[in-house]
Ligand binder design. Sequence first.
Ligand SMILES: Nc1ncnc2c1ncn2[C@@H]1O[C@H](COP(=O)(O)OP(=O)(O)OP(=O)(O)O)[C@@H](O)[C@H]1O
Ligand SMILES: [Mg+2]
Length: 217
Amino acid sequence: MILSDTEIRLASVRLKNFLSFYKGTVEFDPGLTVITGPNGSGKTSIFHAVKFALGSNQREKRYSKWSDFIRHGASSAEVELIVALDGQTRKLVRRIDRDGVPRAYIDDKRVKAAEHNSLVERMGIDVDNTLVFMPQERINALRDMDPIEVRKLVEEGTGLEVLRDRISSQETQVARDKRRLETAVSEAQVVKQEIELLQKDLKRLFRKRELQARERK
Ligand SMILES: Nc1ncnc2c1ncn2[C@@H]1O[C@H](COP(=O)(O)OP(=O)(O)OP(=O)(O)O)[C@@H](O)[C@H]1O
Ligand SMILES: [Mg+2]
């Protein structure tokens, strides 16, 4: 989530037998990174590698099986991400072995998919959001998308959706508190009137006692 308090930066991605990569490391400097290269040079492979290593289980049609990510002739594929998370360096690895099952590792320790996903979630990244990772085959689909659908994607991808929910629950709370205040104010009004009446009675009572005292003298 872009709006989260977490400071996160992808420092590098290392690919091993992943798609067209035998071995390769891409370093990311702070700021915007643009990857360019001729057709078939491996740009989309890097895209898939990052998305895969962040725990996504979505794949394009041309990579319908996990084993499609393994470089032809190799038996396993691996992607390693070095992420700077709130000043700490974390290593996220995800690999596909011969059995075609993806396995995840955090800082060299084998972890369950749920643990891996929860770290990525804490980073505020919505890996399966089309705007966060826009597949090549979906670019034209986005152009034809209904604006409301696009807004939904942007809100989900940036975390604005959570803010929208928070704003609406705050609005409900404010309306409830306002109604409570109005009730309290009108109750106070009634009590004030009652006090005024009681004060009148009290005055009369004092006057009566005064007169009785005078009579006794
Ligand atoms: N399992 C695989 N093993 C080896 N090579 C593969 C495998 N799967 C795909 N490739 C090859 O990887 C190469 C890189 O493809 P990729 O889609 O990453 O290129 P690209 O730079 O995104 O190209 P484009 O500009 O056309 O989008 C392609 O030549 C493709 O044939
Ligand atoms: Mg491509």
